[in-house]
Design a protein around this ligand. Structure first.
Ligand SMILES: C[S@@+](CC[C@H](N)C(=O)[O-])C[C@H]1O[C@@H](n2cnc3c(N)ncnc32)[C@H](O)[C@@H]1O
Length: 244
C-alpha cells in the first residue's frame, strides 16, 4: 500500500496536518504576484468556495467559471454532473452556475468502502448544507446527491449534460467507466473536466483518458490546464457541436 493510501487512513486532523507539512516542503515554491483591484471571483466567490474542504483551487475556480459561463452565454443549456463531490467544494461552483430548469447531479461513494479511502467523509446532507451555505437560494429539488459507487449511478432518461466533472476513483477501470457514463449523457457543445490527468501517482487516469480520446472522434481537447502547486492537471474535453 502506498504512503498516500496509508496516510488517508489516519484521523482527519492528523491527515490534514501531514498534508499541510508535505505541501510546505515538497511542493514547488510559488512566486508572489500582486493582483491590484481583485474582482468578484477573488473577493466574493473564492472565500465561499474555499470554506468547503477539498482540493479544487483558485485556478480551477477560474477555469470552471469561464467554461460554465461561456456555455450559458452561447445558449448551451443542460444538466451538470459531478462524480466525486467529497464535501462539495467543486460542486458549489457548479451550483453557482445552475440556470433555470437545469439540474445538478452529484455522486460519491461517501462512507462506502473504497480501495483508496478518503478521511473525513461527509454525509450527503452535509454536502447539501455546504452547497446551501455557498449558494443562497439554491433550489433543493434541482440538486441530487447520491451515495453510490459511480458504476451504479443511474440518471433520469431525459438527462442531457452540458458540463461533467470526473473526480472520483482514480484507477483506470473506474475512470474508463466514468468517462463512458459522462459521454453517454454529454450533449453536443458539452464539456467534461477530468481531474489529475498526467499525475505521476495516478497513471490510470492518463491511460483511460488517452484510450477514450483515441476511440472517440467526436471529442477534442478544449484545454489542458496546469494547476499552480499541484502535480496533476485538469483536462477539459469538449463534444463537438453539429455543423449548422
Ligand atoms: C478528490 S475527491 C473529490 C473532490 C471534489 N471534487 C472537490 O474538488 O471538492 C474524490 C471523491 O471521489 C469519491 N470516490 C472515489 N472513488 C469513487 C467511486 N468509485 N465511486 C464514487 N465515488 C468515488 C471519494 O469518496 C471522494 O469523495
Amino acid at each position: 500500500m502506498s504512503v498516500r493510501k496509508l496516510a488517508r487512513r489516519l484521523p482527519s486532523p492528523i491527515y490534514r496536518a501531514l498534508r499541510r507539512i508535505s505541501h510546505r516542503f515538497f511542493r514547488p515554491r510559488q512566486t508572489q504576484m500582486a493582483l491590484p483591484n481583485p474582482g468578484p471571483l477573488l473577493t466574493g466567490v473564492a472565500p465561499r468556495v474555499g470554506a468547503i474542504p477539498g482540493w479544487f483551487n483558485l485556478d480551477d475556480l477560474a477555469h470552471f467559471s469561464l467554461v460554465l459561463s461561456t456555455q450559458t452565454t452561447s445558449g448551451i443549456h443542460g444538466d451538470l454532473l459531478e462524480i466525486g463531490c467529497y464535501h462539495g467544494r467543486s460542486a458549489a461552483v457548479l451550483a453557482m452556475h445552475l440556470q433555470a430548469d437545469e439540474r445538478l447531479f452529484l455522486a460519491d461513494a461517501f462512507d462506502l468502502p473504497l480501495d483508496d479511502p478518503y478521511g473525513d467523509t461527509p454525509t450527503p446532507e452535509q454536502v447539501w448544507q455546504n452547497l446551501a451555505n455557498a449558494v443562497p437560494n439554491l433550489p433543493r429539488e434541482r440538486v441530487s446527491i447520491k451515495r453510490a459507487y459511480s458504476n451504479n449511478v443511474q440518471l433520469p432518461p431525459d438527462t442531457r449534460v452540458r458540463f461533467a466533472h470526473i473526480d472520483g476513483g482514480h484507477d483506470a477501470a473506474t475512470v474508463r467507466a466514468d468517462l463512458a457514463l459522462c459521454a453517454r449523457y454529454l450533449m453536443p457543445g458539452g464539456v467534461m473536466a477530468i481531474d489529475d490527468y498526467a499525475h505521476p501517482q495516478y497513471p490510470g487516469v492518463t491511460e483511460a483518458v488517452n484510450e477514450f480520446l483515441d476511440s472517440q472522434a467526436s471529442f477534442h481537447i478544449l484545454a489542458d490546464l496546469n494547476r499552480s502547486g499541484a502535480l496533476g492537471r485538469k483536462l477539459y474535453l469538449a463534444r463537438m457541436r453539429e455543423a449548422a
